[in-house]
Design a protein. Structure first.
Length: 391
């Protein structure tokens, strides 16, 4: 009995099982899983900005429009025409002007949800230079109370730490609202990530069709004589070479095909579902534009005409997207520079000098001018102007 386990017994007979002939096909025939791009900042920027024309144009449209807004500087008493802060913003560093500096800030907010402004110490109270640092290279160092005590800037394996515990902070961190993160902002590109993948996949599919690789436009059927149903190896190689050199690619589009005996051409059309891919691409483009707050009409994306004309879409773009973003960024930058300056001043968009809002401004001026029950100084106050000095 001790050696019983060494005895090899005959395997038990496996009971017969009924199996469908299509069982193996069904097992492997399920729908493929969607493949999504990574959600880190670098991958999103490559897929949604440098690799997607809709995302690129949406970011550029918002950043350039917000950076080009005329800006006024004022305090509780007056509006400044000349001020050291205006001089600093006019030329914040040797490589950039005001528009380039703010375009970089708005661009990082769109792509990363965060923007970082470095103040380089100067001879006076205000910084000598202002620089926008790459958001993907900076990380927050939180303190015991959760507030940032430093920022680490890492590049090529080297790290520089900006301490935030001094008299004035060297870094101004601007970020979008993020409901699930205490230190970093949420970018519109993250919200549009799925639409970006769909749009890029549709573009790749279209390119594959142009290269005659996605699906054949037809089939060559061989009908040999005497019951022969297959080409010889030499015949097959010759046919493939002929197709590749004379009938594939955009250069040979529309070229007639000469078939020899036994060969017959069977055209294949696209099913209605195959023809829907361009509508899917347009829908994805509209979703990308919506995430960035840009009316699709301004990007040339076809679809529903939400606005009656281009001027209305442009005005809504400024009112809903550009002005709120610019007001928030300018308020944060002016508060940051006020800490260095030692006095409270505020940067604001100059609404009276924005061409897109000219119609609204003209209508407001006309209504105020027609109000005969208001004095001249009261009318000026309604329009946000200082009172007129009496002669």
């Amino acid at each position: 009995m001790v050696w019983q386990f060494l005895r090899r017994e005959a395997p038990a007979a496996v009971p017969e099982k009924k199996a469908s002939a299509a069982g193996r096909v069904v097992a492997w025939g399920g729908g493929a899983r969607a493949i999504w791009s990574p959600r880190d900042a670098g991958s999103l920027t490559r897929q949604g900005f440098t690799g997607n024309p809709v995302g690129f144009r949406a970011v550029k449209l918002v950043a350039e429009a917000a950076a080009a807004l005329p800006v006024v500087l004022q305090d509780a008493e007056r509006r400044y025409e000349v001020h050291p802060m205006l001089d600093l913003l006019r030329r914040p560093n040797p490589a950039q002007g005001r528009a380039e500096l703010f375009e970089a800030i708005y661009g990082h907010l769109m792509l990363n949800g965060n923007a970082y402004l470095e103040a380089v110490p100067g001879a006076g109270r205000l910084p000598g230079e202002l620089h926008v640092l790459r958001a993907d290279r900076l990380s927050v160092v939180p303190g015991a109370d959760g507030w940032p005590v430093a920022y680490d800037y890492t590049v090529s394996g080297r790290t520089h730490r900006f301490s935030m515990t001094g008299e004035v902070p060297p870094i101004c961190h601007l970020r979008n609202f993020h409901p699930q993160d205490d230190h970093y902002g949420f970018s519109p590109l993250q919200a549009a990530a799925v639409a970006v993948d769909v749009h890029n996949a549709a573009s790749t599919w279209s390119k594959a069709l142009l290269d005659n690789a996605a699906r054949p436009s037809g089939a060559i059927v061989y009908r040999g004589g005497d019951g022969q149903s297959a080409l010889s190896a030499d015949q097959y190689d010759r046919l493939v070479t002929e197709m590749e050199s004379h009938h594939q690619g955009a250069r040979n589009a529309g070229r007639p095909m000469l078939l020899e005996g036994g060969l017959d051409w069977k055209p294949m059309g696209f099913s209605p579902s195959d023809m829907e891919f361009h509508k899917t691409k347009e829908a994805a483009a509209r979703e990308i534009a919506t995430a960035f707050g840009v009316p699709p009409m301004l990007l040339g994306v076809p679809g529903e005409a939400t606005f009656a004309n281009y001027a209305e879409a442009n005005r809504a773009f400024y009112r809903v997207t550009v002005l709120p973003l610019a007001a928030r960024v300018l308020a944060a930058v002016s508060a940051f520079l006020s800490q260095h300056l030692g006095e409270v001043v505020e940067l604001k968009p100059d609404l009276d000098n924005i061409p897109a809002l000219a119609g609204e401004r003209d209508a407001a001026w006309a209504r105020v001018a027609a109000a005969d029950f208001l004095s001249a100084n009261e009318k000026r106050a309604v329009l946000g102007l200082p009172p007129q000095e009496s002669a």
